[in-house]
Design a binder for this molecule. Structure first.
Ligand code: MLT
Length: 297
């Protein structure tokens, strides 16, 4: 059986496929060529760059599975795949620690002007007096979405001395020292808000939501592009209602919103929440094992 690895896979993941006798080919095709090539494969492993819409699924006459080496399956028409009895596999928690660490990194970048000073010093400027930051110790962090990543962020924030207030659509059961509150209470009280939800049909944080927040709030999105409305974020950064934003994920990737990226009060990264050696090894191993198990059923 032959697998197409479309966006790369760690060496240890490849070894698991090899050892189990599965043949694989590593190549990224654009949509048109993917539709042409997919009938030659029994399975496809993607990360986030490759989209797997209905047309690819229909063309994949021999497909027995679609595997997402990562958490979010929003780049795959998973509802359609499942309706055709095609399993969609992923690695829901393999990236979580790395995504949580990046969230904390963006909080520190904003608190201590790392984003700005990295740029100004490269321009030869010594703006010591412009960078009076704040300690995160004692600050109230609002976490929207209290799944695996949200919980790891909470643990780390508590260790840093932050007060944590959380909200989720699901019932929250936790031993962590967090306050569970309505979204409106979280909006009203949190000084920094980070969101850890899957992709939604429309932004959760729009103008109306931002209006309910504290003046000078900081917003972090290391989850999915579009959970925060980019236009609303820009307008509120410009007015100062939002003091700063840490953004790893974008509505359009890789053609990201350059106006937002250039705003002086944002700390930005190109969707690298999972881009660590440890996460990609975990993802590679876990997805390869799942693929082998599914195909050897
Ligand atoms: C994921 O869903 O696994 C992460 O966002 C990482 C990625 O898509 O690259």
């Amino acid at each position: 059986m032959k697998i197409l690895i479309s966006d790369g896979l760690s060496n240890n993941g490849q070894k698991i496929l090899e050892d189990s006798g599965l043949d694989f080919h590593i190549e990224h095709y654009d949509l048109e060529n993917l539709i042409k090539e997919i009938p030659n494969y029994d399975g496809i492993i993607v990360r986030s760059a490759t989209k797997v819409p209905k047309e690819v699924i229909d063309a994949g006459k021999n497909l027995k599975l679609i595997a997402r080496a990562g958490t979010g399956i929003d780049n795959i028409d998973h509802v359609y795949a499942k309706s055709k009895g095609l399993p969609v596999l992923n690695t829901p928690t393999a990236n979580s620690a790395s995504a949580a660490e990046l969230t904390i990194a963006h909080i520190f970048a904003l608190a201590r002007f790392l984003n700005k000073s990295n740029i100004s010093m490269r321009e030869g400027k010594w703006l010591k007096k412009s960078y009076k930051g704040f300690e995160v110790n004692g600050k109230k962090l609002g976490i929207i979405g209290f799944g695996t990543i949200g919980k790891i962020v909470a643990e780390k924030a508590i260790a840093l001395g932050m007060k944590v207030i959380v909200n989720d659509v699901a019932d929250i059961k936790t031993d962590l020292n967090v306050e569970v509150a309505s979204l409106n209470k979280l909006y009203a009280e949190a000084e920094i808000i980070t969101i850890h939800l899957p992709k939604l049909d429309k932004p959760l944080i729009d103008n109306a939501a931002i209006k309910k927040m504290k003046d000078g709030v900081y917003l972090i999105n290391c989850a999915r592009g579009g959970l925060i409305d980019e236009r609303a974020l820009l307008d509120n950064l410009n007015s100062g209602k939002v003091a700063g934003a840490g953004i790893d994920v974008w509505v359009n990737e890789p053609d990201f919103n350059i106006e937002l990226a250039k705003h002086p009060n944002v700390s930005i990264t190109p969707h690298i929440g999972a881009a660590t050696v440890q996460a990609s090894n975990r993802v590679g191993i876990q997805i390869a094992k799942k693929v082998v198990k599914e195909l050897k059923k």
